[in-house]
Write a protein that binds this ligand. Structure first.
Ligand code: ASP
Ligand code: MG
Length: 595
């Protein structure tokens, strides 16, 4: 029988009336023939209220007592919810985290789930009951009540859905779903009917208001189809699911990070260990580094640029100065009033010309590109903040997102069910639960080595709008698949761009590039046929500065020089010499415990 998990957040159960409305949805799903597990958060602002009450008594409440207190919020709502379901004529049972068998580590107020037992859940479901589960809580091995950290009910819902191999995990919220971009900035933004896990993670800034990245990663690991649905209407919302084949859509959405600042470390030595030292310094100062861009070294010295939240600029400059001092050479430069505009779309994996289209739209809006970085499914540029709204609008229009022909909200959206591995139920369950054990520790999930690419670099380009549009437009016309693009900040009025292409497309690409750059005086082309590209994939790379730190330290210890870096929300990619690729892969796999 199909299982549906429904999660209702605090606002959806704030009053008796809302609880009844939510219960009606659970009942409807049951009457549609599904087994239903409901995960509920504390009502309205209850958790905040309880935190406030504790603060009135002491400014150092013991974490154990805090969890004991906060868990009552969810206990209240599950009981009320169960009563509502029963009143509507269906059998229901409310359960605490402990009663279900959600076992966590012993760290209070931010516990991670260790294992989930589904035996009792299954018994109640099979007896025809709707199970109403407390979100956000579990118990440790000693039976102490623990909580998963604020907003943790999403995690509970996703984890239960994974453990039960549910057909869908529906997250009811007070938004319609995920939009192509922020509708407050681009009124033409559209609801996205379906988005992949990675796209959702790459859209971080947009998705953040909708769902915790942690839960999306969870869902991705276990291939749980997540559906974000409005609680105030019957619209279909957005399905977050494995990548589908949607040949019509190349780009899914655009994200904007408005308040960024940029910092460059120029004239730093080009040798192994340098990036490691810089990242160690950033990590020590807890700087949430956003974009990281390093282009191929010119004339023996390297240069790396970051973007950071503007509020962290002062601290970043301190960290950068410390790094430069340690390195014995280098100069720190910075700039404010910049914003990051990103295009996200799984279609980039299979389509050429996406970067060219983005740069073209930006050129038409007379927006200069100060920094460029890409991942497989994301292209980000740093632009002047005063132009960021116009930039977002132009790119949205350029990709035809204004007139999205996708399915309109609320009508006829299919609910594709993810394919499951073909193993017996019990076995699958055991596997899921054993994976859950390490689940929340995983930051880096994969290290890839790509030895099939070449690098192309153009130096001394004019630093003005339209140059990259021209360059990548020409390359796209030749149907060359451009992968990793990097442009560092220009300090001299001349820009330097590097990108990678499949090795067998290098020659045609060089021809195209030679022709297009002949229009720009002084522009110089260079290339390297054999390179190795390493990608570390995971989540929270941006908020875990430690990942970059560990990655670059590992490479430094192997004496491997990093030639090019670029980053996104879920990936850090580097280019190293071709003959060091295998060694680099080995040491990274070891460092992140993936071997
Ligand atoms: N009630 C908890 C909180 O507000 C958990 C949740 O709402 O997800 O943080
Ligand atoms: Mg809440």
């Amino acid at each position: 029988m199909s299982i549906i998990v429904q999660k209702f957040g605090g606002t959806s159960v704030a009053s008796a009336q809302k609880i009844v409305a939510a219960a009606e949805r659970a009942v409807a799903a049951k009457r549609d023939g599904h087994q239903v597990v409901v995960v509920v958060s504390a009502r309205g602002k209850k958790t905040d209220e309880l935190v406030g009450l504790a603060a009135e008594i002491t400014d150092r409440p013991q974490p154990r007592e805090m969890d004991m207190l906060l868990a009552t919020g969810e206990q209240e709502s599950v009981a009320l919810f169960a009563m509502a379901v029963q009143k509507l004529g269906e059998p229901a049972i409310s359960m605490t985290g402990g009663q279900i068998g959600v076992v966590t580590e012993a760290s209070h107020t931010k516990a991670r789930i260790r294992s989930i037992s589904t035996i009792r859940l299954k018994q109640h479901l099979d007896a025809g009951k709707i199970v109403i589960a407390c979100g956000f809580q579990g118990v440790d091995e000693e039976g102490n009540i623990t909580t998963l950290g604020r907003g943790g009910s999403d995690t509970t819902a996703t984890a239960l859905a994974a453990a039960l191999t549910a057909d869908e995990c529906q997250i009811y919220t007070d938004v319609d779903g995920v939009y192509t971009t922020d509708p407050r900035i681009v009124p033409a933004a559209r609801l996205v009917p379906r988005i992949s896990y990675d796209e959702m993670l790459e859209m971080a800034s947009l998705g953040a208001g909708v769902m915790h990245s942690r839960s999306v990663e969870f869902a991705k690991k276990f291939q749980v189809p997540l559906r974000v649905k409005p609680s105030f209407s019957h619209a279909a919302g957005t399905l977050i699911a494995p990548e589908g084949d949607d040949p019509g859509r190349v780009v899914t959405g655009l994200a904007l990070v408005r308040n960024e600042a940029r910092v460059s470390l120029c004239e730093i030595p080009d040798r192994p260990g340098v990036m490691s030292q810089i990242f160690a310094s950033m990590a020590a100062h807890k700087i949430p580094v956003d974009m990281v861009v390093q282009n191929v070294a010119a004339r023996g010295s390297a240069e790396v640029s970051f973007s950071v939240p503007e509020a962290d600029l002062a601290e970043t400059l301190t960290a950068a100065a410390a790094a430069v001092q340690e390195l014995g050479s280098g100069e720190v430069r910075s700039g404010t009033n910049v914003s990051k505009v990103s295009v996200v779309g799984a279609g980039m994996r299979t389509h050429t010309g996406v970067a060219a289209q983005m740069f073209q739209s930006l050129a038409e809006a007379a927006v200069n590109l100060e920094m460029i970085t890409t991942s497989e499914i994301k292209i980000s540029v740093l632009v002047a903040r005063e132009k960021c709204d116009a930039a977002l609008k132009a790119v949205h229009r350029g990709f035809n997102l204004d007139a999205d022909t996708g399915v309109a909200p609320g009508v006829g959206v299919r609910h594709p069910v993810a394919e499951r591995p073909a193993v017996g139920d019990d076995e699958l369950l055991k596997e899921v639960v054993s994976r859950l054990t390490h689940m929340e520790d995983i930051v880096v999930s994969e290290v890839q080595l790509d030895e099939s690419q070449s690098r192309v670099t153009i130096e001394n380009l004019p630093d003005k709008p339209g140059v990259c549009a021209h360059l990548f437009g020409a390359v796209a016309e030749g149907d060359v698949m451009v992968d990793m693009i990097v442009q560092n900040v220009s300090h001299t009025g001349r820009a330097q761009v590097s990108f990678t292409v499949p090795r067998d497309e290098l020659q045609p690409c060089l021809l195209l590039v030679r022709e297009v750059i002949s229009a720009w005086e002084g522009a110089e082309l260079s290339f390297e046929t054999e390179i190795a590209k390493l990608t570390v994939q995971g989540i929270g790379l941006r908020t875990h500065t430690g990942v970059g730190d560990r990655m670059f330290r590992a490479l430094a210890e192997e004496d491997i020089n990093v030639q090019m870096i670029n980053t996104s929300e879920i990936r850090i990619s580097v280019v190293v010499a071709a003959d060091r690729g295998v060694a680099a892969h080995g040491c990274l796999v070891k460092t992140f415990g993936l071997g």
